[in-house]
Design a protein around this ligand. Structure first.
Ligand SMILES: [Zn+2]
Length: 378
């Protein structure tokens, strides 16, 4: 499979791997410029295509671990309560480390094999770290994880169980991110960065979630997803763009990026048309708590281009939605996953009830028990 990279900012094309476009300048107080997107030659798809046919690497590099092909729930009680007869929950908790992040880790592990790296480095709010540790364990790759002190214990224990080296960072996710970038720069020849947004293959891996929806549902009308760094949001757009480009579906769904009140940089940027200086984030939904959204520029671009929308929900709304989702469907998502459901609940009255509507449940509720306990009804 032939693939190349293109800078979303200046349009430069690269055949060799870069983390960000070397020609674009960055200001550390703002989301990075020069995020690279990956493009592939026409894969010559047949009727029996699979999402992995649209990945840039040959399957011989793929680790043998069951990532993706997650279930699409048809939650009968939520359907009848809400009146949305074609509502679906895409259950990403079924991935090996119980989050959607495995889709990116899977491709980054393949990328490490392709480029000849044996060590992968990243910062994480928790899910990406335990995910990379998991897939790294399966593939025999060393993983070094920079994790903020605030990360939920379950995600730390998960990463340690999988054998990753974990460095706790006394600070926020953004501090951990900076520490990991510094390490990657110092050891650039020897390590592959899986930092979200930076490594263009994280977007490629995650786009398979959108491609699975296309394969199962054809056209999707509305898609709800929680947003922190903006990588999953950008990846979903990339998946549907690829699907439309290669004739697999006709329309781009309306994608709703749901942010927590205390971490809503992309929402604010969409309202103003530009990013303003970073604000300190604070939300119960740790997976989407970021000061500077690392794929913010790309996410904003795609939201504007495809007329996507953003919704902001409070921590209270998130925890209540988490409980209603679990008790109403049987699917227990973590707070960030429940944020997407909270977003749906918030605006559902403005949508047509017969529309094909999907809510992406990005990670398991068991990853953060302490938050979930707060939302449990007596
Ligand atoms: Zn550039």
């Amino acid at each position: 499979m032939k693939f190349w990279f293109r800078c979303r900012e200046c349009g430069s094309r690269y055949d060799e791997l870069h983390m960000l476009c070397p020609q674009c300048q960055n200001d550390p107080a703002f989301p990075p410029r020069g995020i690279l997107e990956t493009f592939i030659e026409d894969p010559g798809l047949t009727e029996s295509w699979t999402p992995r046919d649209l990945l840039p690497l040959d399957s011989k590099y793929f680790p043998q671990v069951p990532v993706g092909n997650t279930a699409l729930w048809e939650p009968e009680r939520i359907r009848s309560q809400s009146g949305f007869s074609r509502l679906y929950l895409k259950d990403e908790t079924q991935n090996p480390s119980e989050s959607l992040k495995d889709r990116a880790s899977f491709l980054v592990a393949a990328q490490a094999r392709y480029y000849g790296f044996s060590k992968i480095v990243l910062a994480s709010t928790g899910n990406a770290g335990s995910s990379m540790a998991c897939i790294g364990a399966a593939a025999g790759l060393e993983v070094l994880l920079f994790l903020p002190e605030s990360a939920p214990e379950a995600k730390l224990v998960q990463a340690l169980q999988y054998g990753a080296e974990v460095r706790r960072v006394n600070g926020s996710y953004d501090d951990a991110y900076d520490a990991s970038l510094e390490y990657c720069e110092k050891h650039a020849e020897k390590v592959l960065s899986r930092n979200t947004g930076h490594n263009p293959f994280t977007i490629e891996g995650k786009k398979t979630a959108a491609l699975e929806l296309v394969r199962e549902l054809g056209n999707v009308d509305h898609l709800f997803v929680s947003v922190g760094d903006g990588v999953i949001l950008s990846s979903l757009y990339k998946g549907f763009e690829d699907a439309i480009h290669f004739g697999l579906c006709e329309k781009m769904p309306c994608i709703y990026g749901v942010q927590a009140e205390g971490s809503s940089a992309i929402h604010r940027a969409l309202e103003k048309g530009v990013f303003t200086a970073a604000q300190k984030s604070s939300t119960v939904a740790d997976s989407i708590s970021v000061d500077i959204p690392r794929a913010g520029m790309l996410a904003l671009d795609k939201l504007q281009k495809h007329r996507g929308k953003t919704i902001v929900v409070s921590d209270k709304e998130i925890l209540e939605a988490q409980w209603r989702l679990s008790s109403g469907s049987g699917l227990f998502g973590e707070p960030a996953a429940a944020a997407a459901y909270a977003g749906f609940e918030k605006i559902k009255d403005s949508l047509e009830r017969t529309a094909v509507t999907v809510i992406l449940i990005t990670g398991s509720g068991l990853k953060d028990i302490r938050s979930a306990q707060e939302g449990v009804k007596p």
